[in-house]
Structure formats: structure tokens, C-alpha cells
Design a protein around this ligand. Structure first.
Ligand code: ADP
Ligand code: ASP
Ligand code: MG
Length: 404
């Protein structure tokens, strides 16, 4: 049967060597043999992207983002050629395409480009000829006709965007785990695979450190109603389906995550007057610095402390901006640290359920883990803890909610 259109995406570990590339070729051609049209998005092999970054650093530790994108996009180009050769070897019609050949047009933000449009005519022509199309993930072309990349993990987003543009029946993300788990199965041994999860919960998990899916890919899947599945490229187990919230059974807590890419800045002894927070955060936002958790102490009537978190990558710039504007900020002291991590729980069923927060805090208390900051929203609770405690915190919280 078949006769559908399937977009499949294979990540770095799934194509890490010749044997794995042949494995993917067999899976792709199995789907094709059933009568489906198949478009495959691939990532760079294994640690290729990290190795390329290292190569750049050996030469220039502050390379331009433009040249960095030229370099990083080469990893995916290797994968498409090798996978196409593997499929040729199995005797099936196939054609590989870079992101620009496949029509990925993006905005001009090097290193973190967003897809504006995919001109799908070339892919569609190839599908009409019943060819399997292999597309390089993570890359596109901006209005200057420069190569850009979509940000680390961005091949997931290439795949979902392509599935939306081609109106595919399903987008299957193949990776090295069986699906989306209640926590990272790499270090939480009792983590369980979820059969289903809502777009909103998946978006939160992905944004809060569960790198099994790129967060932009989930945003796009929700926006364009793309049927999304996460599966293993190494077995035929049922994966996880990402769906509309009303099609998913509600759970108080769906998953626990950790994000190590955090830094905290504390502005101590800031004058306690109206407009201070506005001055500080408008300065940061004007300079393109993203701020996540914020706390402000009640203060002693004259002075107060304001602390906030950024990503590690934004820390240097944030400190530079703050130090360049000492006269505006007028803090007695500016302290900072990278030794913090954000640990979060996500679940659409936790809305207004204060018991969930107290249970999370109890799990941390039992492990003697101190909480530095807290943030809550309708479907998540995040705490900032010392980086050294983060893994233990995830395990303790996970055990509290998922083990009886
Ligand atoms: P790929 O190369 O296929 O894109 P990634 O390394 O980007 O693979 O993502 C898969 C990894 O995500 C898994 O190996 C796992 O360690 C990690 N991960 C983190 N959180 C979760 C989670 N909640 N469920 C499943 N995997 C997770
Ligand atoms: N190769 C890129 C990365 O390592 C994109 C991806 O794997 O999705 O981030
Ligand atoms: Mg990935």
C-alpha cells in the first residue's frame, strides 16, 4: 500500500559510520518499496559538527559567523552524498540536494537562521520521477545568497519545515533513543518512553534542555499541524507521537529536564527606585541579550539586589554591557557564575496545582539541594541549582513523580 509522502530525518548518531549509513539506506528503501514517496533529511555524521568547530578554533577563536556557517554546512553535505551512494548501491533511484538546492530560503541571521520559505518545485519534480530525495539538514540560503545554518540541532527543524511545505502525511524523526522519555534516558535509568505528548509540552521540554527535538521544529509542527513521530533508527519499536493537546491523555508531569547552558548575574546593592529594572533590562534587550529567570529581593528600603540568568554564550556580552553602563546601573557589586543549571518539570495537567511545586521542592530538600531561583508558568516549573547538583536533582525529582 502506501502512496503517501513521508519525510524522514536521521540524526548524527544514526549515520555515524558506513554501517549506520547502510542501515539508514535500508530503512529508507523499505518505506519507498511500500509505495511511498520518501524525502530524507540528514545531519552531519557523529561528532562532525563539533570537530569542525574545533578546527575553526585552532585557527581563529572569534571567526565571523558567515565563515563559520560555510564551514559547518559541509558536515551535512558529506552525509547526503554518502546516503545517496548507499541507496544507489541498493539499486533505487535517488538524488541528493544541499539545503539551497532544496529551496530553503532563510532570514539573514548567520548561525541561527529562521526558514522563511521552501521553494519545493525541484524536490517535487524529483518525486514525480519516483526518486528518493535526500536533503541536507541544518542549512539554507539568505537574501545575500550566503550559506546559513539554523542553530545546533537544527536538522529537526529542516525536516518539519519540509514536511509542512510538502504537505507530507508524516514527519518521522529517527534518533538513537526509542522516542521521547520522561527524562534523558542517558543518565536517568528509570526514565520511561512516552507513547504520546502534546505539542505544547514537547515545546517546553525541548526549550528547557531535552535536545531530542530542536525547539523550533516543535513550534513549526504545531503551527502547520505536522504529524510528528520520534523513533529509533536502530529498531522497530513504536516511537512517541507529538499531537494536539486534546488528543493526548493529561498527565500532571510529563517530563523532567536539565539545561546546563545557564549563567547567573547578580547586581547587588542597586538603588530601590521605580524604573531600575526597566533601565537594566532594556539595556540588555537593546544589545540582543536574552534573559530568562529573574529575581529581585525586597530590599531594605534603600537598596535591593536583582539577579537574572542568560545563556553561557551571552554572559560575556551581558557583563560588557553592564560594565559599560555602570553609571546607569549603579550597583555596589556585579557577581556572576556559570556554575548553575536549570532543572524543570513540564506537564499540561499541573495548571494551578500547587501540590506539584511542593512535591518538586521536597525532592530537592531530601537530597539537600539548594534552590537559587524559581519560575513557574501554566505547564512548567523551573528551578536554578548549582551545576554540580543538576543531574542528581533531575533523578530525585523524576523518582518522586514517576516511581512509586
Ligand atoms: P540526533 O543526532 O539524532 O539529532 P540528539 O543527540 O540531538 O540526536 O538527540 C537525542 C538525544 O537526546 C538522546 O540520545 C538523549 O540522550 C537526549 N535526550 C535528552 N532528553 C531526552 C528525553 N526527554 N527523551 C529522549 N531523549 C532525550
Ligand atoms: N549537525 C548539526 C548539529 O550538530 C545539526 C543537527 O545535527 O541537527 O548541531
Ligand atoms: Mg538532534
Amino acid at each position: 500500500m502506501g502512496l503517501g509522502l513521508i519525510v524522514q530525518k536521521y540524526g548524527g548518531t544514526s549515520v555515524r559510520d558506513a554501517e549506520r549509513v547502510m542501515n539508514v539506506a535500508r530503512r529508507v528503501t523499505d518505506a519507498y518499496k511500500k509505495g511511498n514517496n520518501v524525502v530524507v533529511v540528514v545531519s552531519a555524521q557523529g561528532d562532525t559538527t563539533d570537530d569542525l568547530i574545533e578546527k575553526a578554533m585552532e585557527i581563529n577563536d572569534h571567526p565571523s559567523k558567515r565563515e563559520m556557517d560555510v564551514l559547518l554546512s559541509t558536515g551535512e553535505q558529506i552525509s547526503i552524498a554518502l546516503l545517496a551512494m548507499a541507496i544507489e548501491k541498493l539499486g533505487f533511484p535517488v538524488v541528493s540536494m544541499t539545503g539551497w538546492q532544496a529551496g530553503f530560503m532563510t532570514n539573514s541571521t548567520y548561525g541561527a537562521a529562521r526558514i522563511h520559505e521552501i521553494k519545493t518545485s525541484r524536490i517535487e519534480n524529483e518525486l514525480d520521477k519516483r526518486r528518493i530525495v535526500i536533503v541536507a539538514g541544518f542549512q539554507g540560503l539568505n537574501k545575500y545568497e550566503d550559506i546559513v545554518t539554523l542553530g545546533r540541532g537544527g536538522s529537526d527543524t529542516s525536516a518539519v519545515a519540509l514536511a509542512a511545505a510538502l504537505n507530507a502525511d508524516i514527519c518521522e524523526i529517527y534518533t538513537d533513543v526509542d522516542g521521547v522519555y520522561t527524562a534523558d534516558p542517558r543518565f536517568v535509568k528509570s526514565a520511561r518512553k512516552l507513547d504520546e505528548i502534546s505539542y505544547d509540552e514537547m515545546l517546553e521540554l525541548a526549550s528547557l534542555g531535552a535536545n531530542v527535538l530542536h525547539n523550533r521544529s516543535v513550534e513549526l509542527a504545531k503551527k502547520y499541524n505536522v504529524k510528528l513521530a520520534v523513533k529509533s533508527s536502530l529498531n522497530n519499536n513504536e516511537g512517541t507521537y507529538v499531537k494536539e493537546v486534546d488528543q493526548v491523555e493529561k498527565m500532571l508531569v510529563r517530563g523532567v529536564t536539565r539545561d546546563n547552558d545557564c549563567a547567573r548575574i547578580a547586581l547587588c546593592g542597586v538603588e530601590d527606585t521605580p524604573g531600575k529594572a526597566f533601565q537594566i533590562f532594556s539595556l540588555l534587550s537593546k544589545n540582543g541579550i536574552g534573559v530568562d529567570l529573574i529575581i529581585q529581593s525586597i530590599g531594605n528600603g534603600k537598596n535591593k539586589d536583582i539577579s537574572f540568568t542568560t545563556t553561557e554564550g551571552d554572559l560575556e556580552k551581558a557583563l560588557e554591557v553592564l560594565n559599560d553602563n555602570v553609571s546607569v546601573i549603579n550597583a555596589e557589586e556585579i557577581k556572576w557564575t556559570k556554575d548553575v543549571s536549570k532543572v524543570s518539570i513540564v506537564g499540561a495537567g499541573m495548571v494551578n496545582n500547587v501540590g506539584v511545586a511542593s512535591k518538586m521542592f521536597e525532592a530537592l530538600y531530601n537530597e539537600h539541594i539548594n534552590i537559587n531561583m524559581i519560575a513557574t508558568s501554566e505547564i512548567k516549573i523551573s528551578v536554578l541549582v548549582d551545576k554540580k547538583d543538576a543531574e542528581r536533582a533531575v533523578v530525585a525529582i523524576h523518582d518522586k513523580f514517576f516511581d512509586r
